[in-house]
Design a protein around this ligand. Structure first.
Ligand SMILES: [Zn+2]
Length: 185
């Protein structure tokens, strides 16, 4: 599924830094060298819904065990940081809607605003679902179950997980899944 760009959510939510700063979540407060600083201009526009990319790719040593403590730590940091980004986005959307709700007495403006809100609510819904998936991934990580295909049980792979940390299918099962999805129409 190609990522859907939501202009309303990404372009209009940049000025609410001050209000969200006071609602910091504590889930990902642990600083780690694996998470790099956001290059301000480039990352600001990209929605956390599309993925998480500001981290240093894991260097796999020869013969190292899959999902050894270092890899578990690596993905734990990524998942927590991604979740934090998403939660901040949710906060910005909520504040944006609260701030704008009282500003349009004109009925025409209201209609425009309502369709904008519908879009933002949809974005929020997607954000919430993704946060839930991240929580599930973190739960698995804590039980040494993270990184394996839900269907066939093989390793999903470090690079694939870095591209999509919530991936719960190996590439083969995912491909099959997509083919079936298409056939269903
Ligand atoms: Zn599989």
């Amino acid at each position: 599924m190609p990522p859907v760009k939501n202009k309303a959510a990404t372009s209009k939510t940049t000025s609410k830094k001050a209000t969200t700063a006071s609602k910091k979540t504590t889930t990902a407060s642990k600083k780690s060298p694996a998470v790099t600083k956001k290059p301000a201009a480039k990352q600001a526009k990209k929605s956390a819904l599309e993925g998480f990319s500001h981290f240093t790719p894991y260097k796999i040593k020869k013969g190292e065990k899959y999902m050894n403590p270092a890899q578990v730590e690596h993905f734990g940091v990524i998942l927590a940081a991604w979740k934090k980004d998403l939660m901040e986005e949710v906060d910005r959307t909520v504040h944006h809607m609260q701030d704008e709700a009282a500003n349009f007495p004109d009925p025409n403006d209201r209609a425009t605003q309502e369709s904008e809100f519908t879009m933002e609510l949809r974005t929020r819904d997607r954000e919430r679902k993704l946060i839930k998936k991240i929580d599930e991934a973190l739960e698995k990580l804590g039980h040494d179950e993270y990184g394996y295909c839900d269907v066939c049980g093989i390793e999903v792979g470090v690079r694939r997980l870095e591209a999509r940390p919530t991936a719960n299918l190996c590439i083969d099962c995912k491909t099959l899944d997509e083919i079936r999805e298409k056939q269903r129409g």
